[in-house]
Write a new protein. Structure first.
Length: 202
């Protein structure tokens, strides 16, 4: 299974049984009396599919009708076909999901995916609120976050154990209080851009 970055924005309400009930833009407009039932039906019927080469018709508007985009069943398709479909779907969908994906397909899709990774480091537990503010802000912007916490210079071995994860990031945010030594140490371990964030701890 391969899930590309970002999440699908789906409005939900609870039914009497406590299960989420999907709401789509068209349904929401109809339920709130912004459009009539007949207008909503016309909108649904007007939704079209996209022809992808000679082997697939993409239902890019399924999320508007059902609240969740089309899921690609990969078994029986060639590696090129699955990869082409997923990359094309990513252009119009917030979330793209394929089932029964081989390792080869997963590697190819990952190579096509625009996945930015930012490492958020903090020196100590007391710095967590500031680090989490940065991490959550990035995630809301659709950026993948690698959290590496409690790796201050007083326990340098803890930082060094995460050296590969730090190097794999596209950028690094380092949150530190006390004497603020951590950003300088991290800067000596990687050539990636670093944003040093001071805290009032210590």
């Amino acid at each position: 299974m391969m899930v590309l970055p970002k999440a699908c924005a789906v409005l939900a309400r609870r039914s009497a049984r406590g299960m989420p009930r999907l709401r789509t833009p068209i349904r929401t407009a109809m339920y709130s009396s912004q459009v009539s039932v007949s207008k909503a039906m016309d909108d649904w019927n007007a939704l079209e599919y996209d022809v992808l080469e000679d082997f697939a018709k993409l239902d890019g508007q399924r999320a508007a009708r059902t609240g969740f985009p089309e899921v690609v069943y990969s078994e029986g398709k060639t590696t090129d076909q699955v990869t082409t479909i997923l990359v094309a779907m990513k252009k119009t969908n917030e979330i793209v999901l394929a089932t029964r994906v081989s390792a080869d397909v997963a590697a190819l899709v990952k190579a096509h995916a625009d996945l930015t990774v930012v490492c958020v480091l903090c020196a100590g537990t007391s710095d967590l609120p500031v680090a989490e503010e940065a991490a959550v802000t990035l995630e809301l912007a659709g950026v993948h976050v690698q959290r590496i916490y409690d790796v201050g210079v007083a326990g340098l071995h803890r930082l060094l154990r995460n050296r590969q994860a730090i190097e794999d990031g596209d950028a690094i945010i380092v949150v530190a209080g006390m004497d603020g030594a951590l950003p300088g140490v991290v800067g000596g371990l990687t050539s990636k851009p670093i944003v040093a964030v001071p805290t009032s701890v210590g």
